[in-house]
Ligand binder design. Structure first.
Ligand SMILES: [Zn+2]
Length: 272
C-alpha cells in the first residue's frame, strides 16, 4: 500500500485582510476588507499508520454559548455545513477518530486543535512550549478565542496521550515518508510542520500557519497580522522557503484560499 495524502476541507472562516498582511497601513481601506479563508487538515494514510495533521474547529464552536467566545465568533466567524466537521470528513473516508495513530498539531489555536478531544486513542504530538502556553491561558481563565478555554476544558488530560516535542528536537521521523519539522516560536509559542515524500507528488511541506498564505512567502516576505514573535515568524518563513527550494518541495499554506481551491480535496481523491 502506498502512502496517500488527503486534504480535508473543514469549512471557512473570515477576517480582515490586515490579519493576513500585517504590513498594510491601518488607514488603507484594503486592510479592513473582510476575507474568506479555508480551514483544513491533512490525513496521511500509509503502511506505517495514519497521521492527522491538525484538528480543525470544534463542531460547537459557533453557537450561542458555543466553544468560542462571542467576540471571537463575531470577529472570525466560521461557516460550513455538517460535512465540514472533522469527525464527518473522516467518516466519509470510512474512518473514525480511533483509526488515527498520530495527531500532529501545528499549534493549539482554536481553528487547528478544536477536535483534539475526540482522539483519545491516538498519540497527540504538540510542541511543549505551545502546550504550556495553552494550559497557562486556561489556568488564568484567559479566553481570547485563539486558545479556546472551553476546548481546553474538554481535553480530559489523563486520557489524551500527549507527546510533547522539546525545543532541541529539530526533526523527528514519524514514518519513512513523514518527517516532523520543529519550527519553535513564531506564529504561536511552538509551531510544528510536516514534510512528506510521495512517490508521484514529490516532496510536500505542510506549513499550516507558519505560512498563512503564498502572499506571506513572497518574495518579498510579508508578515501576517498575528504573531507570538514577529521576528521568529519571519525567520521560520525564510527557513521553510529555503528548505522547499533545496528539497524541490511544494508548500501547503495554512489559510490560502486560491491555493486551497487549486488542490484536490478528500471528496475528490488524494495525492500519492
Ligand atoms: Zn489558523
Amino acid at each position: 500500500m502506498r502512502t496517500r495524502l488527503f486534504l480535508l476541507d473543514l469549512g471557512r472562516m473570515h477576517m480582515q485582510r490586515s490579519g493576513f498582511l500585517g504590513d498594510l497601513p491601518k488607514n488603507d481601506p484594503i486592510a479592513s476588507e473582510v476575507v474568506e479563508f479555508p480551514i483544513s487538515a491533512c490525513l496521511i494514510d500509509g503502511p506505517q499508520g495514519r497521521i492527522l495533521y491538525d484538528a480543525g474547529c470544534h463542531p460547537d464552536a459557533m453557537k450561542p454559548n458555543g466553544r468560542w467566545p462571542q467576540d471571537f465568533q463575531s470577529q472570525f466567524p466560521w461557516s460550513g455545513d455538517e460535512s465540514c466537521h472533522l469527525p464527518n470528513r473522516l467518516e466519509q473516508l470510512g474512518l473514525g477518530a480511533d483509526d488515527i495513530d498520530h495527531v500532529v498539531l501545528s499549534h493549539l489555536h482554536s481553528d487547528h486543535a478544536g477536535c483534539v478531544e475526540f482522539f483519545s486513542n491516538s498519540q497527540v504530538i504538540v510542541h511543549r512550549n505551545e502546550f504550556d502556553a495553552a494550559l497557562l491561558a486556561h489556568k488564568r481563565r484567559e479566553d481570547d478565542g485563539f486558545y479556546a478555554w472551553r476546548d481546553i476544558e474538554h481535553w480530559r488530560m489523563p486520557d489524551l496521550n500527549w507527546r510533547l516535542v522539546e525545543e532541541q528536537e529539530e526533526e523527528l521521523s514519524i514514518t519513512e515518508q513523514v518527517t516532523l519539522l520543529n519550527w519553535g516560536a513564531g506564529h504561536s509559542a511552538g509551531m510544528l510542520g510536516l514534510e512528506l515524500s510521495l512517490p508521484e507528488s514529490g516532496q510536500v511541506i505542510l506549513a499550516s500557519d507558519a505560512v498563512y498564505s503564498l502572499d506571506n512567502l513572497g518574495p518579498p516576505l510579508r508578515p501576517t497580522g498575528f504573531n507570538f514573535s514577529s521576528v521568529k515568524a519571519a525567520q521560520t518563513v525564510e527557513k521553510i522557503r529555503v528548505r522547499a527550494l533545496s528539497h524541490n518541495a511544494q508548500i501547503w499554506c495554512g489559510h490560502d484560499m486560491s491555493q486551497f481551491l487549486s488542490l484536490r480535496c478528500s471528496t475528490d481523491g488524494w495525492y500519492e
